[in-house]
Design a protein around this ligand. Sequence first.
Ligand code: URA
Ligand code: CA
Length: 447
Amino acid sequence: MLFAWCDRHNTMRMPEIIEKKRDGFELSDAEIDFVIEGLVADRIPDYQIAAWMMAICWRGMTERETASLTRAMMYSGDVVDLSDIPGVKVDKHSTGGVGDTTTLVIAPLVAACGGTVAKMSGRGLAHSGGTLDKLESVPGVCVEQSMDDFKRIVREIGVAVIGQSGNLDPADKRMYALRDVTATVQSIPLIASSIMSKKLAAGADAIVLDVKMGNGAFMQTLEDARKLAASMVSIGKHVGRKTVAVITDMNRPLGMAVGNGLEMKEAIDVLSGQVPFDDPLVRVCMTLGSYMLTLAGVAKDAQEAEAMLSNALVSGVGLKKLRDMLVAMGGDPAYVDAPERLVQTSRIIPVYPNRSGYVGCINAQDIGLASCMLGAGRESKSDSVDPAVGILMKKRYGDRVDTDEPYAVLYVNSERRLDEAMQLLDSAISICDEKPEELPMIYDVIE
Ligand code: URA
Ligand code: CA
């Protein structure tokens, strides 16, 4: 077999594979393996990988090619084996948004209902927040855990959320860095394989995807969001993992808090029962959590799952799971018990509307960027974030506003880009005379 492998690879040449994709033909599994193996082994230079990815951008990939690419990327590095942890391990992934605090609420709630959540998360990217940064807003929390400690915490508590291990999906690391600088990020097969290869390498048996759609998301239209969702669900099917994608609205921040400590505090507030059930963040959490419990086989249907999640929320068991997880990761429980300590800043600045009316269109991306300007996100990769700063919205889409009531409150430690942040926030909110039409929270579910 080894001889056959060498023979097969010796006959392949990268220029011909690029040409084949450039001309719109379907690549074989062997050709895709050749590219990914060559990329990881540093046999294929960046310029050929970049040209190949540009050809994929233009020509697309069939479902089979996309699944084949995903599998090759998944096996390009470490693949986490969770089989020694009992139960169906269920993961969730969000394509990224603003005020998207769902993981901090759902992961502990699902664990409180008997689900097993072993999750690897990322840091903030551009205007969108990252779960690792939010976890680290609790002093002491260490998101870099050894595989043994990660599994021990999952076994003992039912949930752990940590950073990716260093050698998870090295093909994606190299491809993503190149895509970022060669205008090849916006390609559905490349985005779908990038997300799914990391999820699959992280070892979950079942995956619930939250595909965000709107001005604060990667996918700006419902049509594109549907295509991405369908592509990822198809990959899951090809590799034999149960996958569901929920398309949710990102034409406004999901929660009211935008900033790391603020979002941790909001998650704690939700899990303490202080946020009503019809709140958009709670509704999206209930929907995603309910698919996680049914995919894991813990609940027989959505109705049973939602009842279990509500009980775990009202009884405080979900909050206890979050607290136990944070403590197991080194966190100081005093901050969970008194979450206002997470958002102590030198200044708290209310922002007032310049006219009365109703909150209409919101540019969620600009609210995320304004929060980054206050120090909640990074301008370059090596920057550190200030866990306490950010924006707490006081009004949502459709709410009545008056000039004597703040629509948002800024948590500020540095004046450096304060004016710029305030201007951006102001331009992100439009105020209209009529109450705007309601926006759906959940657009579609692809199973
Ligand atoms: N998130 C990813 O992990 N990869 C992409 O390509 C886009 C979003
Ligand atoms: Ca008033």
